[in-house]
Ligand binder design. Structure first.
Ligand SMILES: Nc1ncnc2c1ncn2[C@@H]1O[C@H](COP(=O)(O)OP(=O)(O)O)[C@@H](O)[C@H]1O
Ligand SMILES: [Mg+2]
Length: 377
């Protein structure tokens, strides 16, 4: 019998999706074939501190998180400079990393940097693709460069915000504007604004989360359509899904996502005119390449009343709970949850192998140059 692949599931994290990540990790763990994978668990606390396998496992098995974390912090001596990543040495026995951390740390390139240092394969996009896709300003710049339709916007910073009073924004972008921090998720810090007063309050709040804030042209009561992408150099796209928020709600906000999701309806697959389905699929696959994403992504769209789709945002590590859209869109497209996990791990191994082909020793660079040889003699 061949040796099992030792896989570490990383979950938790310091974002509002900490608990979603725990649920995603449970589902992934349960669906993983234990004859193929030897699975261990590592949790990032809500402070962004990496717990060791034993404490992570206790939390995973249902012990009260706050208590286990308190104990763990006492053992760790957080005054030590490397305390936040003390569990790192336990990662040395791992063959493969599966990050299930949404938002900060997971989707912004941070843990991908750790995997790169450890020189190990992992699920999903690399440092640069993750960081780009997590920053709504940089994503839009890439999409614009590639001619992929997205809503016009202005980038606001503490330095330039005085140049953009409401009247100017209204003239440039119209009177329905979304204010959002560049690097957040879960609709945190996002506001739908229609006048100077709302704008001022929204800006104040958004700047709590980031020094970069987008003022984005609003799509009035859009259809929110999502699509799942899977693959490396030759990605495939799932059928489309739609999210419908309760009538009268301003948008798919934090409340609808995490506080009371009972009124939110998912339509899977959603029936749209063929031309619109094709256009969204093309835009998503094109964006996946432009942003250099690997493994997986869920790409979200806003569709206006004339059926014009705008690419809203990519998510490089989307939710994986049993009600999450990413795996469900594959389910209705013919790929089961456990098959999906096998494929994601295989894609991570493939990507690592591909990158290993680029090998050189920088110390040998230039040795062949004329003149260099002379010097070396
Ligand atoms: N330009 C826009 N027009 C209309 N609705 C928007 C716009 N931007 C964001 N929204 C609403 O806000 C929600 C969250 O925005 P999004 O950019 O997806 O941020 P997050 O990363 O927090 O999910 C969207 O799902 C949508 O309901
Ligand atoms: Mg979103």
């Amino acid at each position: 019998m061949s040796k099992k692949l030792r896989v570490a599931l990383l979950f938790g994290g310091n974002s509002s999706e900490h608990d979603v990540s725990k649920r995603s990790a449970h589902n992934i763990y349960d669906a993983m074939d234990k004859d193929k994978y030897d699975v261990s668990l590592f949790m990032f606390t809500k402070d962004g501190i990496l717990l060791n396998n034993e404490d992570s496992q206790r939390i995973f098995d249902g012990e009260l998180e706050d208590e286990v974390v308190k104990d763990a912090y006492q053992k760790m001596d957080l005054t030590k400079p490397l305390a936040p990543i003390m569990a790192l040495n336990e990662l040395s026995g791992i063959d493969f990393f599966y990050p299930v951390i949404h938002g900060n740390l997971g989707e912004d390139g941070t843990v991908q940097g750790l995997f790169k240092l450890l020189n190990k394969p992992y699920v999903g996009s690399n440092i640069a693709a993750s960081a780009l896709s997590f920053d709504k300003d940089l994503t839009k710049k890439m999409l614009n460069e590639a001619g992929i339709r997205n809503t016009p916007y202005v980038l606001l910073t503490p330095e330039n915000q005085a140049d953009y009073p409401w009247d100017r924004l209204e003239e440039d972008l119209g009177d329905l504007i979304f204010i959002k921090p560049a690097k957040q998720g879960s609709s945190v810090g996002i506001h739908r604004v229609t006048n100077a007063e709302e704008y001022a309050a929204a800006l104040k709040d958004a700047f709590k989360y980031d020094f970069k804030v987008l003022a984005e042209q609003g799509v009035d009561h859009p259809q929110e359509v999502e699509i799942s992408i899977l693959g490396n150099e030759h990605p495939i796209a799932s059928k489309l899904g739609a999210v419908r928020v309760p009538k009268g709600d301003p948008f798919y906000d934090y409340e609808n996502k995490f506080v009371d999701a009972s009124g939110v309806v998912f339509e899977l697959p959603v029936k749209l005119p063929q031309y619109l389905t094709d256009e969204i699929t093309d835009m998503a696959l094109k964006a996946y390449k432009v942003l250099d994403m690997k493994g997986l992504a869920r790409i979200d769209f806003l569709v206006d009343s004339n059926n014009v789709p705008y690419l809203s945002e990519p998510n490089t590590l989307p939710g994986f709970t049993n009600i999450s859209l990413y795996p469900q869109m594959w389910e209705v497209s013919g790929i089961s949850y456990s098959d999906l996990i096998d494929r994601l791990i295989q894609l991570g191994l493939d990507e690592f192998k591909r990158n290993s082909q680029i090998k050189y020793d920088f110390r040998e660079l230039g040795q062949e140059r004329v003149g260099q040889k002379k010097y070396n003699k």
